[in-house]
Design a protein around this ligand. Structure first.
Ligand code: ATP
Ligand code: MG
Length: 237
């Protein structure tokens, strides 16, 4: 396993928001983490990334125990993270926003799979067209594409993306969805949180479904579709 998360328990004050949460992502996988509002999806990603400290449990990444590491060390180990808020630098250009994503300020020239600004622009020409534009002036969809692209600049083996299509117009939803698929095809594993079921079910190789603070179901898209009871209980309104 590339990422192996076992029995995470995370608290905000007295509130026990992750209870023995476990999940795993293998090399090359595209995995969706689903569940209703407030179940603990974002907290799961944040606990992996070191943005919140789990009280117990382990996060193994490439056989290295990174539990409780500060976020920059988790990033250096090879995990990219795209938070829900996107966090584009409003006064920096697209190119400079991308440059902010380079780990330790240096592109690893010895790595043939390294992502560079040039490679990002080749893969995503829509961003290239906006290369000199300030972050603040980009559309929501462009900001999301930039934020995802920036997470690639450290050449991670895995990126975690929190609600990539949230708040986007339908044609942009498709663009961001296809972008994730394209990135995965280059060999980058992806763990993403998504409320848009159509996007999630059309992309994911496997699904983790959260109930309140814990894992409620895990399996393939076909397996989830074969359980309308589980879908109704944990996903649909
Ligand atoms: N910083 C915080 N302090 C206290 N409680 C928090 C904090 N962040 C989240 N929570 C609570 O922890 C629980 C899990 O939140 P989390 O954001 O992980 O859920 P989520 O599944 O990502 O939800 P959503 O789909 O709405 O994004 C919720 O009850 C939420 O209110
Ligand atoms: Mg969330």
């Amino acid at each position: 396993m590339l990422l192996d998360v076992k029995d995470l328990n995370t608290y905000y004050g007295a509130s026990h928001v992750l209870q023995d949460m476990s999940l795993a992502v293998d090399e090359g996988e595209l995995i969706a983490l689903l569940g209703r509002n407030g179940m603990g999806k974002s907290t799961t990603l944040k606990s992996i990334m070191g943005l919140v400290k789990p009280k117990s449990g382990t996060v193994m990444y490439k056989d290295q125990n990174v539990t409780g590491y500060p976020p920059y060390k988790v990033a250096r180990a090879g995990i990219g993270y795209v938070p829900e808020e996107r966090r584009i630098f409003p006064n920096l250009s697209v190119v400079d926003n991308l440059a902010m994503g380079i780990k330790g300020g240096k592109i690893d020239k010895g790595n043939p799979n390294a992502w560079t600004v040039q490679r990002i622009f080749e893969q995503f020409p829509a961003l290239k067209a906006r290369r000199g534009q300030k972050g603040a002036l980009l559309s929501g969809g462009e900001q999301q594409m930039l934020s995802i692209s920036r997470s690639l600049m450290g050449s991670p083996e895995l990126i975690m993306v929190d609600e990539p299509t949230e708040g986007l117009a339908p044609f942009l939803v498709k663009e961001v969805r296809d972008m994730l698929e394209d990135i995965n095809k280059t060999g980058v594993s992806i763990l993403f949180v998504e409320h848009n079921l159509k996007v999630a079910m059309s992309l994911a190789h496997r699904i983790y479904l959260m109930g309140k603070a814990h894992l409620a179901f895990t399996g393939t898209v076909e397996e989830l579709n074969a359980h309308p009871d589980i879908r109704a209980k944990y996903l649909e309104v």
